[in-house]
Design a protein around this ligand. Structure first.
Ligand code: 2AM
Ligand code: CA
Ligand code: CA
Ligand code: CA
Length: 258
């Protein structure tokens, strides 16, 4: 794809996400329908579903031949990363959406033959849209976002996952102890955006493809590293513990986990 075509696609996706935000804000003024998926801690609402429907439909119009993987199952069954693949999380942080009406995000990742190409994380209530990719750089609300400093684990705040910290999986308590302190937001999108902005030196959580597809594109564009906890590359079609960090923090965290 030419750079001009990619730039146009980038502008079109941002416009779609701003429209999606307006619709979500309007729906927040009405009664939500909330149901449990696998447990009382795993929720889905009518807004997750209607927003996924909207985003999938809009992306289909922008890129008719693409495959679209959505968390709530309204896209396509995707078994390979060949071709154009969009990965959509319509509301990331549904628990926050229901209980706080804040601290949730919409995310879209775009991969071409497996290559990270475009990423979007929209902090809906903060109205901050992180957008871009390797060919374009990263912007926040259209303003260029500089790469964060390569700060080490001992000199920064660490983005933790509630379940992993509580159960001390992947040495998360030791990692938190080695940092300036753990922070938990309950939204992968919000926490990844904090790593992009240099507010956290890393984030480690058990994630599904739609939780980190967008963040991986944006993080790698800014010189951050995305890997499994053993340092191996991530696979965009499987779930597992994913680490997004500065190079220095990654080095320290891999040593602790090993
Ligand atoms: P979600 O809100 O889109 O489901 C904290 O719960 C973070 O972990 C959120 O970003 C949430 O995304 C994600 N997450 C991933 N798997 C989850 C699960 N099984 N239950 C709850 N949250 C999960
Ligand atoms: Ca969910
Ligand atoms: Ca999610
Ligand atoms: Ca979600």
């Amino acid at each position: 794809m030419s750079n001009t075509a990619l730039q146009q696609l980038n502008q079109a996706v941002q416009a779609v996400m701003r429209q999606a935000r307006a619709q979500v804000l309007a729906q927040m003024g009405t009664q939500l329908t909330v149901s449990e998926k696998t447990s009382r801690k795993d929720l889905v609402t009518n807004v997750d579903k209607s927003n996924e429907h909207f985003l999938v439909h809009a992306l289909r119009q922008l890129d008719p031949a693409a495959k679209i993987l959505g968390e709530e199952g309204l896209g396509d069954p995707v078994e390979s990363m060949t071709g154009h693949v969009w990965i959509v999380d319509p509301i990331d942080g549904t628990m926050n959406f229901v209980h706080q009406r804040d601290h949730f995000a919409m995310m879209i990742g775009y991969y071409v033959d497996g290559e990270p190409t475009l990423g979007y994380i929209y902090d809906v209530m903060g109205d901050r849209l992180y957008a871009g990719g390797p060919a374009l750089g990263v912007t926040v609300n259209e303003q260029p976002l500089p790469a964060p400093a390569d700060r080490g684990l001992s000199a920064g705040l660490f983005g933790a996952s509630g379940p992993l910290l509580i159960h001390d999986k992947y040495q998360m308590q030791a990692i938190a102890h080695a940092s300036l302190g753990p922070r938990i937001m309950g939204s992968a999108g919000i926490q990844i955006s904090q790593v992009l902005a240099g507010e956290l030196v890393g984030y480690l959580s058990y994630l599904r493809p739609w939780d980190f597809a967008a963040g991986r594109v944006l993080a790698e564009t800014l010189g951050l590293v995305v890997s499994q906890v053993d340092g191996k590359p991530v696979n965009m079609l499987s779930s597992g513990a994913v680490l997004i960090a500065t190079k220095s923090a990654q080095r320290a965290i891999l040593t602790i986990v090993r």
